[in-house]
Design a protein around this ligand. Structure first.
Ligand SMILES: [Zn+2]
Length: 274
């Protein structure tokens, strides 16, 4: 190549390499709310997002058996209120990851293979799971144990809360250490919610072998970070009925859930390795 062209080519590639991204290019981290915490408590809300992801096409779900694109209405807002209330009651911060992108572009409660279809969605998927994995590692390292509540919404049992632990697999350590009372007793999160008047499925006085509702036994998040895995965090998918997430009800639900988390924290998460 003649010398002037080499110089020109160099200038051209240098320009491409150094050119700043367009100012309006979406940043994946702007589509996820992340808070680092100090408590052994992690709150995740993957399905309440309302934002369009401009450079990612909507998913079509070819060949998928459990393909869902519907938002878990008001769960992002409910979790914001929940976090505020936990901070008031415990005087410290939980770890938080809230999706702001709409589920129809990607579903972070699915495996990578099932959660998105365009490579352009990958950075958004990572923007959710990277901080969630980091939270689990940090909690485990600092406290030796912890709880992750993955907050969802369902409309099959409108007034009820369905427990999703893959039939106790994802709370293995909690169950081994403290038995079923830590999962459904009076100082457990769901036991306390029942005491506050909520219907829990399966009911807290059901046989220990009672199965969780088949479609709400817990998805990818509780399965990935649960205490049966190397992350070793007890994980519960909390499926809130639509009445509990209604516009005029979700702040009450969040306030009660914060109370239940405080009860559980004081009974089972205090005085651990610092
Ligand atoms: Zn959901």
């Amino acid at each position: 190549m003649p010398r002037p062209f080499v110089a020109l080519a160099f200038v051209f590639f240098a320009f491409i390499a150094l050119a700043p991204a367009a100012p309006d290019a979406p940043k994946p981290e702007d589509f996820v709310t992340v808070q680092k915490g100090t408590l052994p408590i992690i709150i995740s809300a993957p399905h309440g997002g309302r934002k369009k992801v401009p450079d990612v096409p909507e998913r079509v779900g070819t060949g998928l058996t459990n393909f869902q694109t519907v938002r878990d209405e008001n769960t992002a807002e409910l979790v914001e209120k929940l976090v505020t209330e936990i901070e008031k009651l415990l005087g410290a911060k939980p770890w938080v990851v809230i999706a702001r992108f709409e589920r129809k572009y990607l579903d972070v409660n699915r495996s990578r293979e099932q959660g998105y279809e365009s490579d352009k969605a990958k950075p958004y998927y990572d923007a959710y799971h990277d901080p969630l994995a980091a939270a689990c590692k940090a909690v485990k390292e600092k406290h030796g144990r912890g709880i992750l509540l993955d907050i969802h919404g369902q409309a099959a049992f409108t007034g009820a809360i369905c427990r999703g632990t893959q039939n106790l697999k994802t709370v293995k350590l909690l169950k081994d250490r403290n038995g079923m009372p830590a999962i459904r007793g009076q100082n457990s999160i769901l036991g306390r919610m029942e005491k506050l008047g909520y219907k829990i499925m399966p009911p807290t006085d059901a046989a220990e072998t009672a199965k969780e509702e088949a479609q709400f036994t817990g998805g990818y998040i509780v399965a990935t970070y649960g205490s049966h895995t190397a992350f070793a965090i007890d994980t519960i998918q909390v499926e809130l009925g639509s009445n509990l997430r209604a516009k005029d009800k979700y702040t009450t639900t969040a306030t009660d859930l914060a109370d239940a988390i405080r009860t559980f924290h004081d009974a089972y998460l205090k005085d651990e390795k610092k």
